[in-house]
Write a protein that binds this ligand. Sequence first.
Ligand code: 8YV
Length: 313
Amino acid sequence: MEKISVLITSPMNSYLEQQLDKRFNLLRLWTFPQKDEFFKEYSGSIRAVVGNRSVPNDREFIDSLLALEIVASFGVGVDQVDLACCKERGIKVTNTPDVLTDDVADLAIGLMLTTLRRICECDRYVKHGLWKTGEFKLTTKFSGKKVGIIGLGRIGTAIAKRAEAFNCPISYYSQSKKPESNYKYFPSVIELASDCDILVVACPLTEETRHIINREVIDALGPKGYLINIGRGPHIDEPELVSALVEGRIAGAGLDVFENEPHVPEELFKLDNVVLLPHVGSGTVETRNAMADLVVGNLEAHFSKKPLLTPVV
Ligand code: 8YV
């Protein structure tokens, strides 16, 4: 029986590609430089797309695939997928929640500790032989700091539980108060930012949350406040953040995501109160393998007419 044609939109993970190759006729989009020719030849046969944050699955892309039945996201964020278009065409969409929650939450705590205790700067201090010149400056304590979380979903809740272990009081903003939560709720991001030492972005990227961190929120966080972003770069008005960090209007930032990845504002490179990571939230072998298994599991379920494991649409 002819293998089902599946399109993967960018090189995400070798294990994922191996597993897909075993089961499907896997087409690697990046290996077809002539995109017009590619879609002319394959648009009538590709039944599934495997994508992630790096290549938009917008309406034009989706509508060019006439036989498309399912989009399986290799990641929990599906902001790169035009969900309305998929709903209109009856195209299923899946993602990879839960299996990456620990990694992303761990990294958020790591960014808080690294940013407040200047761990990267300390490392450079020793490696550059500067310890011989004197003791490293005093930094600021993480344990007990007030942590404000934007978005109390799977990842936001996991971050809160971790921060509680450091005796951090937890508060949050979300579209509605979570009755099951004992954390302090704020009905606006401004009010949350005004009442915390560390503000964490942990919500999905939508039109409503784009630039949820703007100049007003940054000023509410204030000169002793820290911003942590493990969500999406467009959650933050990046030029406003850069100027606030350069001008000292906030104390520091720990960023794993950026508005125009892999391009990062070079003004940040020389700042010691900023920790910059290359979008590695879920970037461990164990987690990416588990994500790959979930992508394959969803595709197998779909094509064997069984319930999807992690449906979004
Ligand atoms: C992806 C991400 O895991 O899960 C997400 O939404 O942002 C990423 O951590 C990564 O893009 C997979 O390639």
